[in-house]
Design a protein around this ligand. Structure first.
Ligand code: ZN
Length: 88
């Protein structure tokens, strides 16, 4: 597209919205199911921010034990990795 080629810019996962990093990683309906599953495993309800950057900045929780806290901090990166691999 930067070279002036006309290309369809559509999410490969849901085929509904425009593809962007924010859409694919946090706002896509398909990936939102994984986020819901992940958050429910921690018993958390989360309001998603508009961007991946803000999600990572706000990804904090108190009251978890040491091991669960480590998993919590790794969770978004692991999920991003899986989603990106599936997208490609
Ligand atoms: Zn999508």
């Amino acid at each position: 597209m930067r070279r002036g080629w006309s290309m369809v810019n559509r999410c490969n996962l849901c085929k509904e919205d425009e593809e962007s990093a924010n859409h694919i990683l946090i706002h896509c309906g398909k990936t939102r199911e994984f986020w819901t599953l992940l958050l429910s495993s921690f018993g958390v309800v989360w309001v998603f921010p508009d961007s991946v950057r803000n999600l990572l900045l706000e990804w904090k929780i108190k009251g978890l034990g040491k091991k669960r806290s480590v998993v919590w901090r790794m969770a978004p990166i692991c999920l991003f990795w899986c989603i990106w691999g599936e997208r490609n």
